[in-house]
Design a protein around this ligand. Structure first.
Ligand code: UDP
Ligand code: MG
Length: 342
């Protein structure tokens, strides 16, 4: 769908904030930053690269500090521990200070050279542009996991174009306003972006092979992540539990009619234990299933009430002190609560 206001968009190059979640990426980080700088220099007058270290056990943070000292456009945030990819991206998004935010992975699987094609599409008037790999260079299991995730998340959460979701995204910074104060440990950036817009599209991009190491995600972890995302952002499982309860109530009534019918019409009663045992097992199974789902929601509410944060910042480098930063005071104050200015 082509947005109506496409022609009204400004043609001036937008200022860019690039957010990169970093986990065990010491081998690819330097090359990534060099390639990003080459691309960004030609695309924007103002830009920054925000590298968010998600509790990497390797030397990633040391390297980020080195890179940030060498170039003022590179900023680093070090999280207290490993919070997860989306949480790290959320932290970077909050700290970003320019008009358009770009997110990409640290392992060079998303070539920085593809950024201009995302920006060109954004300039047509879209609010979010994903870079969808023409051919995904992941293992079969990893692809199966992420495709299942996309399918389920798309259908359950009502995201049209869910197949386009990718960690390579460009979007307008204003979209983050509804989740500036989001305080839950469960973060899913792509759902949060749909809170503000439906002008979402994708362009086809190259997807490079992973040069070193392996994906941080197993199929099992991805399926667990699917379940968490669905129970965090949708009430469909609760409705499913109600339907199962309803179905088994009808089933129970059917069994009762059958038992009484056999007794009245055929004149004998259904022989007892095995029949009764199986019915009880079915019913208690359904009840426990429904209770389990309710429990999942209770635990989500519990965590929300605890105000468990999505991330905690240990250190940062390259951010100006709050009182010297003229940019976006409202956004800054939201960021300052989390970021210790280094
Ligand atoms: N990542 C992160 N925290 C984690 C796991 C991954 O910040 O706990 C980052 C990682 O540095 C990379 C991106 O998330 O930039 C994607 O991770 P990875 O390449 O391992 O996964 P893939 O999607 O390629 O399977
Ligand atoms: Mg990767």
């Amino acid at each position: 769908m082509q947005p109506e206001t496409a022609q009204n968009q400004s043609v001036a190059a937008p200022s860019l904030s690039v957010v990169v979640p970093v986990y065990r990426s010491e081998t690819s980080l330097r090359a990534l930053v060099e390639r990003l700088l080459t691309v960004l220099k030609n695309r924007a007058d103002d830009f920054e690269i925000i590298l968010v270290n998600d509790g990497s056990p390797d030397r990633s943070w040391r390297l980020i500090e080195e890179l940030a000292r060498a170039d003022t456009r590179i900023r680093g945030i070090d999280l207290m521990r490993n919070f997860g990819q989306h949480n790290a991206v959320l932290c970077g998004i909050r700290a970003a200070r320019y008009d358009v935010i770009i997110t990409l992975d640290a392992d060079l699987q998303h070539p920085p050279e593809e950024i201009p094609s995302l920006l060109a599409k954004l300039a047509e008037g879209y609010d979010v542009v994903y870079g969808r790999p023409a051919e995904e260079k992941h293992s079969l299991f990893r692809r199966l996991g992420s495709n299942t995730l996309r399918y389920i998340v798309g259908h359950v959460l009502g995201i049209t174009n869910a197949a386009q979701i990718s960690a390579l995204r460009a979007f307008r910074a204003r979209l983050r306003e509804p989740f500036l104060t989001y305080s839950s440990p469960l973060v899913f950036i792509d759902v949060m972006l749909t809170w503000s817009t439906t002008r979402i599209t994708a362009v086809s991009v190259r997807h490079a092979e992973r040069s070193k190491g392996k994906s941080s995600y197993s199929l099992y972890q991805l399926l667990g992540w699917c379940f968490t995302v669905i129970t965090s952002f949708s009430t469909l499982p609760l409705r499913l539990a109600s339907w199962i309860g309803f179905f088994f109530t009808l089933f129970g009534v059917g069994v009762l009619v059958y038992v009484i019918g056999v007794y009245l019409i055929l004149g004998y009663s259904i022989p007892g234990f095995p029949f009764l045992a199986s019915i009880i097992a079915i019913f208690s199974g359904a009840q426990l299933f429904a209770l389990g789902i309710i429990g999942e929601y209770l635990s989500r509410i519990h965590f929300r009430l605890m105000d468990k944060p999505p991330f905690v910042v240990r250190d940062s480098i390259g951010f100006p002190p709050p009182n010297q930063n003229p940019l976006k005071p409202a956004l800054e104050s939201a960021v300052n609560r989390q970021i210790v200015h280094g």
